[in-house]
Design a protein around this ligand. Structure first.
Ligand code: FPP
Length: 281
């Protein structure tokens, strides 16, 4: 059912797409221009540990709660017909965490892939994994491959899970892939922005236009370094397990307030060099 936004149809039509909205969600949804949504949203899901700590719970309880937020975010983005959603689940640096926490995260991901498969299928979501997945424990590799194969025919949103992911590692991997293809190309410049983009893990997807980071840290943390060149960055103090649907809709509304210039100038803005000359003359 298409999403329409007149006051009278909001509840009815939204229940077809997002389900019934809370008053707070409705407030943000009303402000959202559905024709100008980001094509690709990337998320640094931070703050699980702090969320647990605040409740005197073990850190892993924060991760478990974070999977619920992941589910809501995935389903909401899919239903809004956003093309791609990338979630930063495990970085190449995360191996520095205690082994028990790493084991828990790997187990949680396997559980998640198994339990959420019906939801992924129902929402026509295609799964992709970004990162050096060949270095993951064997069981995780099997589940990752299985999830990709089972959703390969889906035509809706692409859900990318960044797993054993590093932005620098990705650029190095892309360069090496290009060099491996180099034979026969002697003399021609093979490393171009286009060739690199084609060899990134995200090849074929639009670059993220919105990067959300929860829990307030003002860092990029080695995430999608190449792809976020022009992304709008939205940082919220909200910890990931508390990042509910209202917060997500709020981030999308905030994105639409940004003026995206890609290094150019605002349309209709006076030519500043000319004005400067006039003033100087
Ligand atoms: C950062 O919080 C979070 C992670 C390193 C793991 C994110 C994983 C999940 C939400 C669960 C599984 C994901 C999917 C896609 C189902 P942190 O531990 O660094 O928190 P802190 O900064 O408060 O310590």
């Amino acid at each position: 059912m298409p999403i329409t936004k007149s006051h009278t149809t909001l509840q009815v039509s939204a229940s077809g797409a997002l389900g019934p909205l809370t008053p707070e969600e409705a407030l943000h949804f009303e402000r959202l221009d559905l024709s100008r949504l980001p094509r690709h949203v990337a998320v640094i899901m931070d703050g699980n540990g702090r969320w647990a700590q605040q409740r005197h719970l073990p850190r892993v309880a924060g991760h478990r709660s974070g999977t619920k937020t992941a589910r809501t975010t995935i389903e909401t983005c899919a239903r809004l017909k956003i093309e791609a959603l990338t979630l930063y689940a495990f970085s190449v640096e995360n191996w520095r965490r205690p082994k028990a926490e790493i084991d828990f995260l790997m187990q949680l991901l396997r559980e998640y892939l198994r339990q959420e498969m019906p939801l992924l299928q129902k929402n026509d979501i295609r799964m992709k994994f970004l990162g050096r997945t060949d270095e993951l424990p064997r069981g995780v590799q099997d589940d990752v491959r299985d999830a990709m194969e089972r959703t390969a025919g889906n035509k809706g949103m692409v859900l990318c899970v960044a797993l054993n992911y590093g932005g620098r590692a990705e650029i190095v991997d892309a360069m090496n892939a290009i060099l491996a293809e180099q034979n026969g190309n002697a003399g021609k410049p093979v490393i171009t922005e286009e060739s690199l983009a084609q060899h990134m893990y995200t090849s074929g997807l639009p670059d993220p236009d919105l990067l959300i980071r929860t829990s307030g840290e003002m860092r990029v943390s080695n995430f999608l370094l190449w792809q976020i060149a022009y992304a709008e960055i939205f940082v919220t103090e909200t910890l990931w397990p508390d990042f509910n649907r209202a917060r997500l809709l709020e981030a999308l509304v905030e994105f639409q307030k940004r003026e995206r210039r890609y290094g150019g100038i605002r349309e209709g803005q006076p030519d500043t060099q000319k004005s400067a000359r006039v003033v100087g003359e």
